[in-house]
Each structure stands twice: as C-alpha cells, then as structure tokens.
Design a protein around this ligand. Structure first.
Ligand SMILES: *C/C=C(C)/C=C/C=C(C)/C=C/C1=C(C)CCCC1(C)C
Length: 270
C-alpha cells in the first residue's frame, strides 16, 4: 500500500469534487438508461439494461472510493495529511473487472449479430479484458517512488497489460468488422461510428497509467491519476451508454418502431 503524500486543500478538494461529480454522473446515467427503455424497440432494450448495470456498478464503487478518500486524509493546519488509513485502489480495479466485459457485451448486443458469431467473440474479448485488468493491478498499487521509470516493474506490468489491450482492439478492428460485413450498410456505419469512441475513451486509461513517467512528484501523481480515471470512467461508461442509446433509437426507428407516451396511445385509441 502507498504512503499518501500531503496535499494542499486545493489538491485534496479537486479529487474530492471529481469523485463526487462522478457519483452524480453515474447515478443520472443509471436513471436515464432505465427510463429510456420504452423508447427503443424491445430487441435493443437488453443493451440499455447492460448500460444501466455498468453505471450502477460504477456508482456503487465511486461511493466506496469517495469514502476511502475521505478516510485516508485529515485536515491538519491548512493542508491535508494522510491519516494512515490506506486509500483502497482495489475498488477501481474490481469495478473494471465487472464493467469492462459488460461494456463489450453492450457493444456486441446492439449490433444484433447471430448467436454463433457473438458467443465466441464475447468469450475472447472477455478473457482478454480480464487479463488486461489483472495485469495492470500489481503496477497500480506500487509505491509512487517506484513508478517513475518505464523500465521498472511498474513499466513491466503496464506493458504486459497492454498486450491483451491490443488484442481487444485487434478483434474489434478485424473480426467484429468481418462479422458485421454482411449486415445492412447502416449497421456497418453505426458500428464504425461507435468503435472509435470506444477506443478513444479506453485509450485514456493507459495514458493515465503512464503519467508518472513524465516526472510527476507523488502529489501530482496521486491527484492526476484519480482525476484522470474519473474523467475516463464518465466518458467510457455514461458517455458511451448515451451513444449506444442513440444508436438503439436510430435502429429502432429504421425498423419501424415508434415510441408513444401513455397519453399519445390514449389519444390514438379514441
Ligand atoms: C469502465 C472502465 C473501463 C472502460 C476501463 C478500461 C481500462 C483499460 C482499458 C485499462 C488499460 C490498462 C492498460 C492498457 C495498461 C496499463 C494498465 C491499465 C489497466 C490501466
């Protein structure tokens, strides 16, 4: 476990507020995905259910991370010093272990592939995601002093974790592309349009992991890692879910599904 550096109140509160904002964003997204379900055709509702699971799990973990953060620090003569209660990085990694495979499920489901195609693909993607997170964790919990160089065990765990990460990108780029090739032109465009934001937001995580290589001191490292992962999580989970929702709505409309409110149904039936 890490010995946490003393923070100025600005630094402490930046992380505090960012974690608090993330809880709000995840809870709002959770509500939105649940309530949005009648607005998409029944076959796409499962994607929205998975989206709400992702942000629900994340909201829970951010509650815990927030709690861990407030217990790890105490205000002493104008600055925040470590209480000695460890800040628990495991919440983040357990969260990823659950949410990353679910995000992949969300993507594959909204494409509406056949079961023969989606099953093996999800197995491969799931195993790779599991390995990626497992291999990143031993690096993440190393002391800040050990994180400064790329050629250290911190760098090695990061490198090992990057191998399954690249494999996921490879599968998304090649196999999933082939699997959607015989679908409508529309689905193919949708697929291309959502592959990029997924890779864009997921690419954020290894960048945050590499921040200590740029000569940050322990204070800068702890603040930028927490803020960086929180931003990445809001984009990759809530933001991505909104995108999936938009795609599900487009596909629903293209397939002739129209959403009516209870009032509209009543008027139409008269
Ligand atoms: C909701 C959480 C998501 C989408 C988390 C994604 C996490 C990654 C893509 C993490 C990747 C990492 C590497 C590729 C190398 C360094 C270690 C990690 C685990 C940060």
């Amino acid at each position: 476990m890490n010995v946490l550096p003393t923070l100025s109140s600005g630094e402490y509160l930046l992380v505090y507020n960012m974690l608090s904002f993330t809880i709000a964003a995840m809870m709002a997204a959770f509500t939105f995905f649940l309530l949005g379900q009648p607005r998409v055709a029944p076959r796409y509702r499962i994607s929205l259910i998975v989206s709400s699971l992702v942000v629900g799990i994340a909201a829970y973990h951010y509650f815990r991370i927030f709690d861990s953060w407030t217990h790890a620090y105490q205000l002493a003569s104008g600055s925040y010093s470590a209480t000695g209660i460890p800040f628990n990085d495991a919440y983040r990694y357990v969260d990823w272990l659950l949410t990353v495979p679910l995000l992949l499920v969300e993507l594959v489901l909204v494409l509406n592939l056949t079961r023969e195609k989606s099953g093996p693909m999800l197995t491969k993607l799931g195993i790779a995601a599991f390995l990626m997170i497992l291999l990143g964790y031993p690096g993440e919990i190393m002391p800040f002093e050990a994180k400064g160089s790329m050629f250290s065990s911190y760098g090695m765990w990061g490198f090992l974790s990057t191998i399954p990460f690249l494999y996921i990108l490879y599968i998304l780029w090649t196999e999933l592309g082939v699997a959607t090739a015989n679908q409508s032109a529309r689905t193919q465009i949708l697929f291309r349009n959502m592959r990029l934001p997924l890779i864009g937001t997921w690419g954020f995580y290894p960048i945050v992991y590499c921040l200590p290589f740029f000569g940050l001191d322990a204070t800068q490292a702890v603040v930028s890692i927490q803020v960086g992962y929180a931003i990445a999580d809001v984009l990759a989970k809530a933001g991505y879910g909104v995108l999936i929702y938009a795609i599900a709505r487009e596909k629903s409309e293209a397939e002739g599904f129209t959403f009516q409110t209870a009032y509209q149904r009543e008027v139409a039936s008269k």
